[in-house]
Design a protein around this ligand. Structure first.
Ligand SMILES: [Fe+2]
Length: 265
């Protein structure tokens, strides 16, 4: 199996067909809908750092230093570890996420934040793989995430900047303080589009392609890739209901039409 082709085509099939992702890309949501999306989306893989950390640990135990290094690089990035080996608060991804959500008046840190059933199912599936997955299933899931996240966030940025330009879009007349606030509010989505696509995904893919001729390893990697895609679908389906997209609207966002208009995905 060609791992690169498989993960890319499977991830694309999730986002290309999904009415919520397409609505984000096409700026079809209103502010309240975007906020519901953003709050739920913030939770889907809330144990991501632990999952990557554990996968790196298992890769080290397996003796695959390349795989361990690829996973560790992602984990280090998450916690804000700079090239100097020190942790920088301003580089911590959780901090970026909080800043992004607070900029649109969402406090996702409050206990008991109401999760939609599809969001809850996604959270639970990731807790399960963290608890009982293998190094390859975890690495497959991380690989899948690193590829699908830029596709998802490109769509989110389209609506974010359309709906909240005064919060996220730097204007020539902005004071230095206003500009800095906007840049830090943008960072969570913007940075993941660039770093996951250009750095983490190719690095992890390179570490995994050497297992392409190992059927047992491939089956587990694929299990991780598929887990992300199936639970992402459930997540977005749950959101579609909550956003009250009716059948007519769902039909409106057809695959062919989207691809013609939006080549990005
Ligand atoms: Fe991150």
């Amino acid at each position: 199996m060609n791992l690169k082709n498989y993960v890319i085509s499977e991830n694309k099939s999730v986002v290309r067909d999904d009415p919520v992702v397409l609505a984000l890309l096409r700026k079809e949501l209103n502010k309240a809908q975007y906020k519901l999306y953003a709050a739920q989306r913030a939770y889907v893989a809330s144990n991501f750092l632990r999952l990557v950390d554990k996968a790196a640990h298992l890769a080290r135990a397996l003796g695959d230093e390349e795989l361990a290094a690829a996973l560790q690089a992602n984990a280090n990035d998450e916690i804000g570890m700079g090239a100097d080996g020190k942790i920088h608060y301003e580089l911590n991804h959780r901090q970026w996420k909080t800043t992004y959500l607070r900029a649109i008046d969402i406090d996702a840190d409050i206990d008991g934040f109401p999760l939609l059933p599809g969001t809850r199912a996604h959270v639970d599936a990731f807790l399960e793989i963290e608890a009982g997955g293998t190094v390859f299933s975890m690495a497959g899931a991380v690989l899948s995430l690193e590829n699908i996240i830029p596709l998802e966030y490109r769509a989110a940025v389209s609506s974010r900047d359309h709906l909240f330009p005064e919060i996220f879009c730097v204007d020539a007349g902005d004071s230095p303080a206003a500009r800095a606030n906007k840049q830090s509010a943008r960072r969570y989505l913007d940075d993941h589009i660039v770093h996951d696509a250009n750095s983490h995904f190719p690095m992890l893919l390179h570490a995994l392609v050497k297992y392409e001729d190992d059927p047992a390893a491939v089956a587990e990697i694929r299990q991780g890739i598929d887990l992300v895609n199936s639970y992402r679908k459930r997540f977005y389906q749950g959101l579609a209901v909550a956003l009250r997209f009716d059948e007519a609207e769902m039909d409106y966002f057809t695959y062919g039409e989207c691809c013609e208009v939006e080549g990005a995905l």
